[in-house]
Design a protein around this ligand. Structure first.
Ligand SMILES: Cc1cc2nc3c(=O)[nH]c(=O)nc-3n(C[C@H](O)[C@H](O)[C@H](O)COP(=O)(O)OP(=O)(O)OC[C@H]3O[C@@H](n4cnc5c(N)ncnc54)[C@H](O)[C@@H]3O)c2cc1C
Length: 469
């Protein structure tokens, strides 16, 4: 049932240094006007940005509700592109979407800041103050009121408490981290070219821990990047002698979540490219010089990426008693409502949504976030009309893994048979691209997505295949 529709605008008050944002009045109405139902979405990622865009277009613009997005970043980059940014085969700035611009085009308000808490009785999200690089405050700590709250803050890497990971391994969670890794890789090559002493063991080695889709795709892209960079005149580096890309997986095969045939095909391709794959290998500790495996073997490497699992952000454990599971995800009902508060919903990686007949919740994947974003929009419309909510059912359309210019492999679910069909090559590549195109379309509309696609295709004809700076 929709709540708060009749609420009067809160006066703006300052208490304990926390600014309370006033409730927005309906557009065009004077004082005393009834306020709009306030929908706040926290997290503008694969699920949240699609949702808030739909809400803004369909409800915000028509003054049927007030829509706000809270995100601790200023721009959105679809996360499955991060490994390409890390490898230097994609320039993040060409794909980033500014939240402020998106808000303006799509009828919602953007509030910059990190959610750090929640007051369920007052129906307010606590947002931390933000500061610039010089330590000056940009925005104060504030509280943002809601009638319906959707939490969509994604996931972070899970190092399972492995010693040394936080200090010495690079995670791939944000564009800044992916770009930092790319710079480190490029700098390592420039250093090796100009130093007087010989290249150290491990100096130009990259180890990727975790051979899920992220680690496998990164390994394939990185081996190409390093050869492109070295081939661009860095003649004191001998690729055969100095360069090594190792992919480490704790389970017996790479891509353990995908069918065996996909995993075998990807493994064969990685072998062909020169990526060393170690399966059944557990990492005991990461150091500045490399990593030690559980069997005592040491692999020298100055560049280590940790891509071995995810958990939801820890702030979810502190959200005024909302139920979380062992990896911090908010436990939700099939309607995506949190178990302890029907006015608070969660979607995407940060939600543990049950799947009928399955022992594990909906997997943390872009297609799930996309589906949940669309489902959530329909639920909010129903909620505003006072209709009962419907359960979300996850549809697995299959999984594809891009191995750069070599190939794309994976399985697609047959609509009639309901079984996975193995696909590779051009068709698989096109299907792989389609998930991103669906996201681009959801946040920008068909025309904008088509123009962006053409612009990028043209840019690819004139730009080098990997970033050489
Ligand atoms: C390198 C990489 C490659 C991947 N490749 C694939 C793939 O090929 N296929 C696939 O299906 N999935 C892939 N995934 C997983 C996929 O990206 C996620 O499942 C998907 O992005 C989840 O969407 P989301 O909306 O839940 O969260 P996200 O897209 O992670 O967005 C979360 C948003 O919340 C914001 N946020 C976080 N904390 C706070 C806070 N406290 N306050 C305010 N804002 C906050 C973040 O800034 C971000 O904008 C990949 C993930 C990574 C990291």
């Amino acid at each position: 049932m929709a709540q708060g529709v009749d609420r009067q605008a809160d006066p703006e008050i300052n208490r304990a240094n926390v600014r309370h944002e006033p409730s927005p009045a309906a557009a065009g109405e004077g004082s005393g006007a009834k306020t709009l139902h306030r929908i706040v979405v926290v997290g503008g990622g694969a699920g949240g940005l699609e949702l808030v865009t739909l809400l803004g277009d369909r409800l915000g613009r028509r003054s049927r509700a007030s829509i706000a997005l809270v995100d601790c970043a200023r721009t959105h980059l679809w996360k499955p592109l991060l490994h390409a940014v890390a490898a230097g085969s994609l320039d993040a700035s060409e794909y980033e979407v500014s939240y402020l611009a998106q808000a303006r085009w799509h009828g919602f308000r953007y509030r910059f800041g990190e959610m750090v808490g929640l007051d369920r009785a007052a129906k307010e999200v606590r947002v931390a103050a933000t500061y610039d690089d010089e330590g000056r405050q940009i925005t104060p700590a504030r509280s943002i009121g809601y009638d319906t709250l959707v939490i969509a803050i994604g996931s972070v890497t899970n190092d399972f408490g492995t010693p040394g990971v936080a200090e010495h391994a690079v995670p791939l969670e944000t564009p800044a981290q992916a770009e930092r890794f790319n710079r480190r890789l490029f700098n390592a090559c420039l250093r090796a070219q100009t130093q007087t002493e010989p290249v150290r063991p491990g100096q130009l080695h990259v180890v990727i821990i975790g051979a899920g889709a992220t680690g496998t795709e990164l390994a394939a892209q990185l081996i190409r990047t390093i050869h492109e960079v070295v081939g661009s005149g860095l003649d004191r580096i001998d690729p055969q002698r100095d360069i090594r890309v190792v992919l480490i997986e704790g389970t017996p095969r790479i891509l353990p979540g995908l069918p065996e045939r996909t995993s075998e095909a990807a493994h064969r391709l990685l072998d062909k490219m020169g990526v060393e794959v170690l399966t059944g290998a557990r990492v005991k500790e990461v150091t500045a010089e490399g990593l030690e495996l559980a069997d005592g073997a040491f692999i020298a490497s100055e560049l280590i990426v940790w891509a071995a699992g995810v958990k939801a952000p820890e702030v979810l454990q502190r959200l005024d008693g909302l139920e979380t599971n062992r990896i911090n995800q908010l436990v939700v009902e099939p309607t995506l409502q949190t178990t302890r508060d029907p006015d608070i919903f969660a979607i995407g990686d940060c939600a543990a949504c049950p799947r009928p007949g399955a022992s594990t919740p909906v997997p943390p994947r872009a297609q799930a976030a996309h589906q949940e974003g669309s489902h959530m929009f329909r639920q909010i419309e129903r909620r505003l009309r006072g209709k009962p909510l419907e359960p979300y059912v996850y549809h697995d359309f299959g999984s594809l893994v891009s191995l750069g210019k070599w190939s794309t492999v994976g399985n697609l679910m047959g609509f009639l048979s309901g079984r996975g069909i193995f696909v590779e090559g051009l068709f698989a590549r096109m299907m792989y691209q389609s998930l991103r195109l669906m996201h681009d379309r959801a946040i920008g509309g068909t025309r904008r997505a088509a123009v962006a696609l053409m612009a990028r295709a043209l840019a690819r004809r004139v730009d080098p295949p990997v970033k050489l700076h």
